[in-house]
Design a protein around this ligand. Structure first.
Ligand code: ADP
Ligand code: MG
Length: 393
């Protein structure tokens, strides 16, 4: 009997069964990659700064089989079917959801893999557009599978860079590296301390259970209308601030340096830079807490850092929207130790740190606040730090 892979789960087996029904043969394998949350460190990845992302239990699974021809038959349990060919993989934009899968194939081929035709069936539990990076989960599961089937030997960090390249070039999203890195490198019950300058990744234990705490994501379901234009504007403002300070990146800026240059920077540019410096400092403060022996005694002190991050994203980086602010305030009112928007902003989720067993009170508080404003009710899900991308069947 074949040995069970450690990550094998019922959903992966079911996906293999569905693959056989759909394509008429068993897949060569099934690979999975998690969505991600981020404890602290927002809009720091493209500023060569620090962040503390982690994988979550919700994952994307991809069943793959190689074909002898050049057809790419892509199918998503959530989105439908699409056919492309190897000749379509030119590193140019592809419209729609297939871009994330075809992009991964293009990036692998561009890195030296000998591409073949494919049959691919995708099933994902990561909510779309919830700030939990459903896109990186698809890319990373696909890329890990293709790397194995096409014999491309790369470290998780190198695969993360390829997945980022796929999203930038083929999906046309100017993303940083955080999401892909988290999806590929995540560890059960750990956050990843990422230094985006050295690209060093240090897993730090986050003993939530021992600390009597829980993390919840409140998906506000606010539409992401402004997201892409504003994201590019924020990146440019950060670059501009670094240039005016005579630095390569805001990572190198000291608070005194920023204070001295305050008069030369436009007020919005100054605010953007202030967020990045403060956010890096908050990550480092959290790292100090987590690196001391017996961190469970101190995890509650993360709460105020989360809430300070939200205030900075709202007031200085200006990437919040009313739904995120209301969810954040309602979470605190319902007993959260701290809460903040997670992901790029302009929609998506609020991450809340709660004493164990208070999920229902959180849901009631947040849903009450949304109902009172006539907004669609948010979805709540507990997020537990889970393992990164792996073969699961
Ligand atoms: P996020 O990564 O925060 O969830 P993005 O806008 O970056 O949001 O990525 C969402 C996109 O990823 C969707 O619009 C869709 O194109 C693709 N996607 C995510 N999950 C699936 C899925 N299960 N099937 C097909 N496409 C998906
Ligand atoms: Mg995304």
């Amino acid at each position: 009997m074949a040995m069970q892979l450690p990550g094998t789960d019922e959903r992966a087996k079911h996906l293999a069964l569905r693959f056989r029904q759909h394509f008429g043969a068993a897949p060569d394998g099934v690979w999975a990659a998690p969505g991600r949350a981020n404890l602290l460190g927002e809009h720091t990845d493209y500023n060569a700064g620090f962040a503390l992302p982690f994988g979550i239990r919700q994952r994307a699974r991809v069943a793959l089989r190689l074909r002898a021809d050049s057809r790419l038959l892509l199918c998503s349990e959530q989105a439908g079917a699409c056919e492309l060919s190897l000749a379509d993989l030119r590193g140019e934009r592809i419209a729609g959801w297939a871009a994330y899968l075809a992009g991964a194939a293009w990036a692998a081929i561009d890195a030296g893999a000998r591409g073949t035709g494919l049959e691919l069936l995708l099933d994902s539990e990561v909510p779309v557009g919830a700030g939990l990076s459903s896109s990186a989960a698809l890319e990373c599961a696909t890329l890990l599978g293709l790397a194995e089937l096409w014999g491309l030997q790369r470290s998780p960090l190198e695969l993360a860079r390829l997945a980022q390249r796929a999203e930038q070039r083929v999906a046309g999203v100017p993303c940083g590296l955080m999401d892909q890195l988290a999806a590929l490198c995540a560890r059960e019950q750990h956050v990843l301390w990422v230094d985006f300058q050295s690209e060093e990744v240090v897993p730090l234990a986050l003993p939530l259970v021992a600390a009597g705490l829980e993390l919840w994501a409140i998906d506000t379901r606010a539409p992401h209308q402004l997201a892409s234009g504003a994201y590019a504007e924020r990146r440019n403002a950060c670059q501009q601030a670094a240039r005016q300070l005579g630095l390569h990146s805001l990572r190198e800026a000291q608070p005194e340096q920023l204070a001295r240059a305050a008069a030369e920077l436009s007020p919005p540019t100054l605010r953007r830079a202030r967020h990045v410096l403060g956010e890096n400092a908050r990550v480092q403060a959290a790292v100090e807490l987590l690196r001391q022996p017996g961190p469970e005694a101190r995890l509650a002190q993360l709460g105020p850092l989360l809430s300070a991050s939200h205030a900075s994203l709202r007031d200085d980086f200006e990437v919040s929207v009313p739904q995120l602010d209301v969810a954040q305030a309602a979470a605190e009112a319902a007993g959260a130790l701290g809460a903040r928007l997670v992901g790029g902003g302009f929609g998506g989720s609020v991450l809340a740190l709660l004493p164990h067993g208070m999920g229902e009170a959180l849901a009631a508080g947040v849903q009450g606040a949304f109902a009172a404003r006539g907004w669609a009710l948010p979805q709540l899900l507990e997020v537990q730090p889970a393992a990164g991308a792996a073969r699961v069947l």
